[in-house]
Every structure is written in structure tokens, then in C-alpha cells.
Design a protein around this ligand. Structure first.
Ligand code: SF4
Length: 381
């Protein structure tokens, strides 16, 4: 039982022998991927209000200082992103603002919303109207909230970070592993293509890293919904007491991720935070969302590499670079996959509400989505 799990409807099993197997895994035990993928996105930091105060985080702002993008600002960012050829609107959040954020709640009420979830739904509709596919990271959600938001999201995500109870999740209000695991479970129940990951260097140990990866695998084996697992190093910043993990640590934990997860689940390294070139041999096959038009608001001190730098990384690793949609190919309807795609398509229907319509749209945005999905569209780095 993981810390906090008793409060939630989640029962994740991790066998000790599997943990031991992972603990003995090294980079020599895994194969390099045969290709690298990325998604072209525009960041939309919907609100910086967060009910938590994780000690490594520079994203959240305290009450009175937290931002909330207006519908017009959301639309403008999405328009700029679509014009730049992005396919993904990456909605970033704190976790649901609590009662201390009165200004945020008042502003939402002024705009006619009784919760951040309702406003988030509208913001995703705006992104779809402007020609982007929303991928949202809205913190912990219930299954009912996933079912509501899946109607306007191509995929969603939340970082597990770790199954350990670490001091980095400090304060009276602290997120718990049980809560995060329950969010991943709820996404699976709602059939949402999902991104999660671990954060390396926040006080967890090697056994915790192995356990975290196996917990993700357990949930994926039940629902089949985890499309990618991010292996993210913590980054030094003015709030964080943590040093960045060494390249050797990142290589070992990346290899553990590759060994823990089934082949259909991508292992992702963020190219502005991790030594990607040193990790390609450890099983990384995806670089996540990369933005040609906006900063990484989660890690503002760490600029995105230009797209031609990504190509250079791929070339140095001897693998091709491909652009993808926020939804990985195996979750797309068959008509939008590449001809002959045989990489274990996920059975059943994964896209909901307005998202299939956006993919099938006859205009320039639908054509761009389909071109990227089939790999005969934009890339031209
Ligand atoms: S890491 Fe996420 S949950 Fe923690 S304080 Fe930052 S925004 Fe909030």
C-alpha cells in the first residue's frame, strides 16, 4: 500500500522480485530505440494557482500573484501556435486552486464558471476551434472529470513523480502517491491516452524509482492507456534545494524504465532538461512536446532546443526523427494511422467527443494533423 492510497480506490501491486530485477538493470541490458519522435506544441499555462507547494517547483504562484489566462489570451496563444505549425496545445496547471485563491475563483465566477475544470473545458474548445489538439496536465482528477474533459482532449497526463513519501511534497497540503496513482487509474477507466512519468532526484532512492516504474506498468497492464513515460531529472532553480542527478544516474534510471515497460510504451526524455544524447542508448524513443513558439513555463530557465538541434541529436544517435501528434499512433482511429502500421494498435475507441472531428476536419488544420499522423506532413526541420 502506497502512502495516501488508503483514501483512494486504487490497489497497485508491485512484486519484490520485479523490483530486484530492475535494480540490477544497467544500460547494457537494454537496446537503443530505432527512431525518435516529438510533438510540436504551444504551451498554454492556464493558471499558476496550485493548492500544493512542492519544494522543487517554480511553476506555482502564491495567492494574490497567481495568473489565470483569459479566454482571449488562450485564443491568441493557440492562434500563434497553429500558425507556427504546432499540432498540440499543452495546457499546464497547478493542481486545483484551493479556497485561498479567492481572486482566481472570483475571476472564474465573473466569466461564468464555477470551477477550474469547467473553464479548462472551454479553453480546450478554444484550442480545437483554433486548429490545435489539446493535451492537458491538470493535476489530479476524478474519473468523472476525465470523462468530461476527454471530450475535448486528444490525450492527457499527470506525473506520478514517485511512489515514495518524500519531503519535497512538503507542507500541510501535500500530494500523495496514492492520489496520483488513483488519477492514473481513473484516466484508464475513462479510456484517455495518457502520459505519466517519474521525477528523478527529489529525495527518492533507487528502490523507489524501480517501484514507481512498476506501479505505472501495473496500471498500464490493466487499462492499456499509458502511451509514454517521462524520465525527468529535477532541475536546480531558485526554489529547489536539489542538485540535478548525474548523467550516470539518468542513464541507469532510463534503462530501468525501458526494462520495466512494455515495448508499446514510449520512454521519453525532455531535451531541455536531460542529457538526451547520452540517453539514446538507454532506450529513449521520444522527446515529448517541443515548442517552436513558447517557453517551457514549468522550467523557465531551460530553453527548448531548436528543432534542428533535435535532428542533430537524432543523427548523432543514428536514428530518424519523426514528428507525431500528442496522441500516439496506436490510439488513433485506424484510418489515421500509417498504412501498414503494425505496432500493436490499442484495441477499442480512445478518442472522444470533438477530437475525432478535429482529426477528420477538411480544412488546413485537419490536413496538418493527418499529415503528421501519416508522417507525410510537416517536419521539415
Ligand atoms: S509540482 Fe505541480 S502540484 Fe507541485 S506545486 Fe508545482 S504545480 Fe503544484
Amino acid at each position: 500500500m502506497f502512502p495516501g492510497a488508503e483514501e483512494y480506490d486504487v490497489d497497485v501491486a508491485v512484486a519484490d522480485r520485479e523490483v530486484e530485477r530492475l535494480l540490477s538493470t544497467t544500460p547494457d541490458d537494454v537496446s537503443a530505440a530505432s527512431e525518435l519522435t516529438f510533438a510540436r506544441n504551444v504551451f498554454v499555462p492556464l493558471t499558476t494557482a496550485c493548492r500544493y507547494t512542492c519544494t522543487y517547483c517554480t511553476y506555482y504562484d502564491v495567492p494574490g500573484e497567481a495568473s489565470l489566462l483569459s479566454p482571449e489570451e488562450v485564443r491568441e496563444r493557440c492562434r500563434v501556435g497553429a500558425d507556427a505549425g504546432c499540432t498540440e496545445a499543452l495546457f499546464t496547471f497547478g493542481d486545483k486552486p484551493d479556497d485561498r485563491y479567492t481572486a482566481v475563483h472570483d475571476r472564474l465566477a465573473e466569466w461564468g464558471y464555477d470551477s477550474i475544470v469547467g473553464y479548462h473545458e472551454r479553453a480546450c474548445e478554444i484550442a480545437l476551434e483554433e486548429g490545435l489538439l489539446p493535451h492537458s496536465n491538470p493535476g489530479d482528477l476524478t474519473e468523472a472529470e476525465f470523462r468530461r474533459l476527454r471530450e475535448v482532449n486528444a490525450s492527457m497526463g499527470v506525473m506520478l513523480e514517485t511512489t515514495a513519501d518524500v519531503d519535497a511534497h512538503a507542507g500541510r497540503r501535500r500530494k500523495t502517491p496514492g492520489q496520483r496513482l488513483d488519477t492514473i487509474r481513473a484516466a484508464g477507466e475513462a479510456r484517455v491516452p495518457f502520459t505519466t512519468g517519474i521525477l528523478v532526484g527529489i529525495g527518492e532512492g533507487w528502490r523507489d524509482r524501480a517501484t514507481s516504474l512498476l506501479a505505472i506498468r501495473d496500471l498500464h497492464e490493466r487499462y492499456g492507456h499509458v502511451q509514454e513515460v517521462i524520465v525527468q531529472p529535477v532541475t536546480p532553480n531558485e526554489r529547489s534545494p536539489f542538485d540535478a542527478p548525474s548523467t550516470a544516474t539518468m542513464r541507469r534510471v532510463t534503462a530501468m524504465a525501458r526494462a520495466a515497460l512494455p515495448a508499446e510504451v514510449s520512454v521519453q526524455a525532455p531535451p531541455n532538461l536531460a542529457p538526451v544524447g547520452d540517453l539514446l542508448g538507454c532506450g529513449v524513443d521520444d522527446l515529448g512536446g517541443v515548442s517552436p513558439v513558447t517557453d517551457d513555463y514549468i522550467n523557465p530557465d531551460y530553453a527548448w532546443p531548436a528543432l534542428d538541434e533535435l535532428r542533430a541529436v537524432a543523427e548523432a544517435g543514428g536514428v530518424p526523427l519523426h514528428e507525431r501528434l500528442p496522441t500516439h499512433e496506436r490510439y488513433l482511429p485506424e484510418r489515421h494511422r500509417r498504412p501498414g502500421f503494425d505496432d500493436d494498435p490499442a484495441p477499442g475507441r480512445w478518442l472522444h467527443g470533438r477530437v475525432p472531428d478535429a482529426l477528420a476536419d477538411e480544412g488546413i488544420h485537419g490536413a496538418r494533423f493527418r499529415g503528421v499522423a501519416r508522417r507525410d506532413g510537416p517536419l521539415s526541420v
